[in-house]
Design a protein around this ligand. Sequence first.
Ligand code: B12
Length: 502
Amino acid sequence: MATTERDRAADELVARRESLRDAALARLEVTAVAPRSSGDRGTREALSRCRVDLAAHIDALAAALHATGAEQLREYCAFTAVFLEALGVPRRSLGAALDALSESIGEQLDPALSALAQDTLAAGRERLCASPLVTPAALAAIPEAPRAASEAASAAEAIELSAARIAPMSVALSYMRRPEDALAAGAQRGRCLDDARRHLAQLAAAVDQGSPELFSAYAAWAQSLLVQHGLDPAELVGYLDALGDVLALTLPEHLAERPRQCLAAALDRLTAVHAEAPSFVRPEAPLGAVACGYLDALLARDRRRAVRVIREAIDAGMPVKDIYAHVLQPCQYEVGRRWQLRQLSIAGEHYCTAVTQMILSQLYPLVVNTDRAGLRLVATAVDGNLHEIGARFVADFFEMAGWDTFYLGASTPAEHVIEEVVHRKADVLAISAALGDQLASVREVITATRRDDRCRHVVILVGGRPFCVVHDLWRQLGADGSALSAEEAVRTADQILAARSA
Ligand code: B12
């Protein structure tokens, strides 16, 4: 009986959405809810935002009456308040809007239904008095005075300047639209804010490169990861949608187009249905049996067996290059995939990676080629990149081709890379990046190397995951070339050097 009444109250609210909204609007002193803007345009915008907000409040109330009731509306109110506060609209304005709505409901609905709706609304309204509204971290992240994105020279810079404000605003807005996500997130909301900051950093990187594809690849990856953490795949879609709206409000118009394109590409790519990527290790692939045996040993945490599998393959005459390309690399990718699917812990990934690094050290004597090519390579992971195996593979393949190689390992600052290039008299500099937000550092090394007179002749190659996603990224960053694998990297370097000396 009670449920039916609640449903009827909800249906009435939706049916009367427009007249309730207009009546509430008439009760409100619109300028009191206007954001910190003035003049006619500001008032018009405030009015239209207020209309949209009131309609959203009515829908949220109806949804709460249909579903779980007061708790859902309380969440809605909390996040709406955070969102509006981030826009410069004080919390009391939301309270005033809810009061106006409550009075309009009292006037327009039949008394029994009106009492039900008003009780639920009052519970939500009450939440506005609770402090803190969300998590202290979320509130602290909204700066008192937002920095002026309008002063930014580029869209990427504008996003970075306003990230501290955009992140909580976009989380709050997406929760305002999907209160069920806020409820599901529960105590994990602080993490949602961290995720939002990561999404923004990747968006800024893609915008900086003018590459929507880079961001859509990231979004697809992030969605699959979130799904493994039990989140609804639609949540990221909803979040990106909200982010688009927040950016439209925050960024100056002339900088809004590129971020919009990146978000549109990501939203196009994300589907509510999550398809799991297939394994990187397959028995039918070249050296598939060895790869399966090696992966098995890694996952069983059996280091001795892992070493034995590789030694037996070498003893059976399998080339070191093939062990790298068809065993170690796919197994590392598979380790990453399993981490992403939450089938492997961080400790498990670290263990497997440590074993692979140990195997690489053991194989090194077989890597050294006695026929010298008279050419020199410096290979490094760019500043901020902790993934060192890609650059190490590249260095080892050049070494196998007879080059003298200088492998610098993880995260090396630009000025130190250049000193090394100069002192080692390098012909080629190989730079490795693993994530989109490391591309700005790649550009920095390239620019600094080009600017240095001592490095005029140096061929710069770039590679790693982002370059596998967007194939002409290397050109945009000003490199001389790129390659999808270490083996191809040697061929590319040879071709560029041959073309130069022709
Ligand atoms: C091991 C690992 C780590 C280790 C690295 C330890 C170490 N000592 O290297 C640690 C734990 C540090 C780590 C950290 C992180 N990681 Co990680 N990591 C991996 C993993 C599982 C394996 C990397 C690897 O060894 N690959 C093997 C090498 C041989 O492959 P490669 O790097 O692609 O290199 C080849 C080509 O790309 C190319 N190439 C590479 N460099 C160059 C350079 C040039 C010039 C050229 C021409 C070619 C070239 O040739 C290489 C050989 O053929 C990958 C999974 C994967 N798919 O790669 C995830 C992965 C890259 N990591 C990932 C993530 C998210 C992270 C973290 C953000 C996690 C976190 N929340 O902290 C951090 C970021 C750290 C940072 N600031 O860089 C994601 C990236 C997803 C994305 N968005 O794109 C991946 C793909 C895992 C996954 N499936 O989700 N990670």
